[in-house]
Design a protein around this ligand. Structure first.
Ligand code: SF4
Length: 351
């Protein structure tokens, strides 16, 4: 794939665009004013590999909370602001590393100018977040519905608004709950501007449907070299968004974090509890940063082949499994000890 060239911006210390690794983001779903709960969630997200965290700043108390939250976490924080430009100013003064605004709903041109000047003085980037569900009335009536072209026109207007103020530290998102519209909109915009693009499919849904929509939308764009950072959107604990994000990056061979489990779907030949084994191994390896390939296969048909290709692997047999390491058969292990032995061996390999 050829990566689309974009400019480089920084959210805190995290580079976005300009050839930087695709950065993984998420958003807290705690009440930002609840400082302990938000700090706890930000830290869980960070431990899972989230590199930038966005928080909803819904009032002045939330903007003030941001300052205290920032003092207790290590990842850059983006303030998500709607409707009231004064909250954006407060968030910047509280130390926000980035702003996510929709210039069309933040207030008058004068209000936008105040926010942009304050962000510029502090060297803080702004994400223009265009959402198919909240386009300007005149654009909607021109296109009849939130088409990809309508979303792009909205983005270009907002970009021009910031450029007229001499501001270029921006990234753009064009979100729709339709995967096809999302893809099309980003494809069009990426040909028109070289600002970094923040990918996302909004309101994607629960774990299974949301994972599929995000993976197809974000994955398709990344596979075509479009996108510098992204957030997987799920109706779930946001930590699950990070797990899905890294699986998307791994599937495209863009970034690797955590072990890659290669396991078969099982069939009538399988004579061990493979589902239980995979679950146990996955759970106990949660949080691992190293990314060994781990094959867990049900039988000797494809098992030894896959297990040999992996860094470590198991091929199941009747009430037992064969352990392979770096292509070498190591030993036979009774089924009851398979999970424990595999985890021990993996920890030894990665420590
Ligand atoms: Fe079936 Fe064996 Fe293939 Fe698993 S590896 S799907 S058990 S044939």
């Amino acid at each position: 794939m050829t990566k689309k060239k974009t400019r480089r911006i920084y959210v805190g210390t995290v580079p976005i665009g300009g050839g930087a690794p695709v950065a993984v983001q998420s958003m807290t779903n705690t009440d930002t004013r609840d400082i302990p709960a938000t700090v706890e969630q930000v830290n869980r997200l960070s431990a899972a590999g989230c590199e930038i965290v966005r928080l909803a700043v819904i009032d002045n108390e939330a903007a003030l909370a941001l300052k205290k939250i920032k003092a207790e976490v290590d990842v850059p924080l983006i303030a998500d602001i709607h409707f009231d430009h004064r909250l954006a100013i407060e968030a910047l003064r509280a130390g926000a590393d980035g702003l996510r605004i929709n210039p069309g709903n933040i207030g008058s041109p004068k209000a936008v100018e105040t926010v942009v000047r304050e962000a510029k003085d502090r060297g803080v980037p702004i994400r223009i977040g265009v959402n198919g569900g909240s386009l300007q009335k005149e654009i909607l009536s021109k296109y009849g519905s939130p088409t990809p072209e309508a979303m792009v026109e909205s983005a270009l207007q907002h970009i021009a608004m910031l450029e007229d103020l001499g501001f270029e530290q921006m990234k753009i998102s064009l979100k729709s709950s339709s995967v096809r519209k999302t893809i099309r909109a980003y494809e069009i915009l990426s040909r028109k501007v070289d600002y970094p693009l923040h990918l996302g499919v909004t309101e994607a849904g629960s774990l299974i449907s949301g994972t599929v929509k995000n993976s197809i939308g974000i994955g398709y764009l990344l596979a075509n070299g479009i996108g510098d950072t992204f957030r997987v959107s799920l109706t779930r604990d946001p930590v699950d968004e990070i797990k899905v994000a890294y699986e998307i990056l791994r599937a495209l061979d863009l970034r690797h974090r955590g072990p890659e489990i290669i396991s078969c779907p099982t069939c009538g030949r399988c004579e061990i509890d493979l589902f239980g084994l995979v679950d146990r191994v996955e759970k106990s390896l949660e949080g691992m940063i190293a990314s060994p390939k781990v094959a867990i296969m049900g039988c000797v048909v494809n098992g030894p082949g896959e297990a040999r290709e992996a860094d470590i692997g198991i091929a199941g047999g009747r009430g037992q499994g064969i352990l392979f390491k770096k292509g070498e058969l190591v030993r036979k292990i009774p089924e009851s000890e398979l999970a424990h032995e595999l985890i021990q061996e993996l920890r030894k390999m990665t420590e």
